[in-house]
Design a protein around this ligand. Structure first.
Ligand code: FAD
Length: 395
């Protein structure tokens, strides 16, 4: 007999897991499908990503009980951020404001937590949740829906149905395509290489986005003497970095930074990611909603991907909880349209704005270099713009 649930969630990444956690104690039955095993989810391996989290994201994670499951020493404060263009002569500078918009005192601009710690904590938060039926070590091959229900067919051939299908299956979402949802996709033709370095001189918990000519280097401070490096480079040139030994790569970064942090030593393996941004035109179709990267997969330069993913699951879970409370249909077009409208407001401007910034700041032709400088100077001298950007981080 076909197993039917109220909700099927495809993808046990941080977005899918947070969404399931949000629906604990609702009485809704959830089937969660992912190709990983329980052991792999519980012990997600280091993947090089350090996730910059905003204060509103911290609040959502606290409400879900996920923040509390990350050890204090694995949460790193971000005190200030600088953006440079070409050389270190001039920087756009963001400091921690004294208060957030609700007049609460602040001592950080945001936080860094390693992606594998978030994934482990998110899994731990739902591992024993009563209303979840786990279908691990399984992958969805096909999905479709009609007026009555949503259906998924697993690679094993088994068929499952639900009132509502949630796609949390990454920016390369199979479900999104199968449900006929079109998306704007942009392949930057670039590769991201991420790794940690140890350095002699302290970082003062200052993040730096260095738009050099030819490559981009983001520095994400974890402690005073350990920093995560995010190198974004034209994929054709990535091989030249891959061929470097650990010592050569650390020396290359130290030199690029003009020895501002003294000598450097590699402190982790190197992980690589392809750079493609995706924004779905709609975040829903009949009995189906997209959350996390499946809805909007961002370029990491503005560090917004998971922050938006958290918002997406939060908006949708609240709408579902309200419908359940009022005895309404949790998969109605009305509910899904409202989710779409609200979350598109969060993502559209950031997604297209980020892509525009990336295109400008990776264009090394002379007119673009001049414009890049101009943008930094204007931004630095426009307090309302700086306040608006800072508010996104601090709430
Ligand atoms: C280098 C780098 C740095 C980043 N830095 C930041 C940052 O500073 N701040 C920030 O907010 N974000 C950042 N991000 C983005 C962040 O990592 C992502 O937004 C987040 O991990 C996406 O979570 P997700 O759950 O939506 O998707 P994923 O983590 O991709 O999880 C998708 C899940 O779906 C499963 N799946 C896929 N297909 C199927 C299928 N057919 N059937 C069943 N299951 C399936 C997969 O196994 C996986 O478990 C960064 C990303 C990168 C690459």
């Amino acid at each position: 007999m076909t197993q039917h649930s109220d909700i099927i969630v495809v993808g046990a990444g941080p977005a899918g897991l947070s969404f399931c956690r949000n629906l604990a104690d609702t009485g809704l039955t959830i089937t969660l499908i992912d190709p990983h095993t329980a052991e792999q989810l519980a012990n997600a391996p280091f993947d090089g990503r350090e996730i910059a989290l905003t204060h509103p994201s911290k609040k959502i994670m606290q409400q879900l009980g996920i923040w509390q499951l990350v050890a204090e020493e694995d949460i790193h404060p971000l005190r200030q951020a600088k953006v440079i263009n070409g050389s270190f002569d001039y920087a756009l500078h963001f400091k921690t404001p004294k208060q957030d918009s609700k007049k609460q005192a602040l001592d950080t601009l945001g936080y860094f937590i390693s992606n594998y710690h978030i994934r482990r904590a998110a899994y731990q938060s739902v591992a024993n949740q009563d209303n979840i039926t786990w279908r691990l070590n399984e992958k969805v091959k096909t999905a479709f829906s009609d007026e009555k229900q949503a259906t998924v067919i697993l690679e094993s051939g088994e068929q499952l149905t639900a009132d509502l299908l949630i796609a949390a299956d990454s920016r390369f979402s199979t479900i999104r395509r199968q449900m006929g949802i079109t998306s704007d996709t942009y392949d930057f033709g670039r590769t991201v290489m991420v790794f940690r370095v140890e350095h002699e001189l302290p970082s003062d918990h200052t993040a730096m986005e260095c738009f050099f000519y030819g490559s981009t280097l983001a520095l994400l401070p974890l402690s005073d003497h350990v920093t995560n490096c995010v190198v974004t480079i034209d994929s054709r040139k990535a091989q030249s970095l891959r061929e470097l030994t650990d010592d050569e790569l650390a020396a290359h970064i130290a030199k690029q930074l003009d020895y501002r942090f003294g000598a450097m030593k590699m402190a982790s393996e190197v992980n690589e990611y392809p750079l493609a941004g995706v924004h779905a035109r709609h975040f829903y179709s009949k009995r189906c909603a997209l959350i996390g990267d499946a809805a909007c997969g961002m370029h990491p330069v503005t560090a917004q991907g998971f922050n938006l993913g958290l918002q997406s699951q939060d908006i949708l879970a609240k709408l579902i909880k309200r419908s359940k409370r009022l005895g309404w249909d949790i998969s109605s077009d009305r509910l899904l349209r409202e989710y779409n409208l609200r979350h598109q407001k969060n993502t559209r401007v950031i997604y297209h704005g980020t892509n525009a910034v990336v295109k400008l700041f990776t264009d090394d032709r002379l007119p673009a270099r001049i414009l890049r400088d101009g943008v930094l100077h204007v931004s630095n001298n426009l307090p309302p713009l700086k306040r608006m950007i800072t508010r996104r981080l601090t709430g």
